[in-house]
Design a protein. Structure first.
Length: 218
């Protein structure tokens, strides 16, 4: 894994406000779904900040706890425009674009990472970004192969988010589809089945605390 300060990536992480997040997730008895959704985001960001410098991570959210977590690390919070996932990502990409670039200038490499990866580790994120860096534009699908967990381009201005049901196929029309053996990166959690898969891999400290399980991320 690399030190965060040496990464050239600019990363956008969209995080929905917890009261509206994870509507398909059936949380375990005694566990609040909104707290679980926020914990997923905090564990995702914990891994991200070990790989990408905090001021190059653009977290699009209106969730107060997540925003406070980001600001405490001198990260960048982008207000969620409130029109869905793709407009939120577009707002993050706009904020991530350096000012004063001419259209012909090469911009920084950019990545969009989902914020619901509670089993993610810095090592797997770094490995995923390294795999993506080989191609001009890459997409890493989720565990099921239909959704998208990571979308990259050598010029962040050329990322066009097409998230939603079946997004991996849409992104693969213009990006190279990668299926690395990185289960922690590819396990996003929208359902109770996916949550069980993440727990079997080992979740981060925030999710473990909410679930009341032992931390087993390595």
């Amino acid at each position: 894994m690399t030190a965060a300060g040496s990464s050239a990536w600019r990363m956008v992480v969209p995080v929905k406000e917890r009261s509206a997040a994870k509507s398909r997730l059936r949380a375990p008895d005694g566990v609040a779904r909104d707290e679980l959704a926020a914990a997923f985001a905090l564990d995702t960001l914990t891994a991200v900040y070990d790989v990408v410098r905090a001021d190059r991570v653009f977290v699009v959210t209106d969730d107060d706890e997540v925003a406070g977590f980001v600001r405490a690390r001198d990260g960048v919070v982008v207000p969620d425009p409130g029109r869905g996932l793709n407009p939120a990502i577009a707002a993050g990409l706009a904020a991530a674009t350096p000012d004063g670039l001419a259209p012909t200038q090469i911009c920084a490499p950019g990545a969009v990472l989902l914020g619901d990866l509670p089993a993610l580790t810095p090592d797997e994120l770094y490995a995923g970004l390294r795999a993506c860096a080989v191609s001009e534009s890459s997409v890493v699908p989720d565990r099921d192969g239909t959704g998208t967990v990571l979308l990259t381009h050598h010029d962040l201005r050329r990322i066009v988010p097409r998230f939603g049901t079946g997004s991996a196929a849409r992104h693969a029309r213009v990006a190279r589809r990668l299926t690395p053996d990185l289960p922690r990166l590819r396990t996003d959690v929208d359902t109770d089945t996916a949550l069980a898969q993440a727990v079997s891999l080992g979740v981060g400290a925030h999710t473990a605390r909410v679930l009341g399980v032992c931390v087993s991320v390595v």
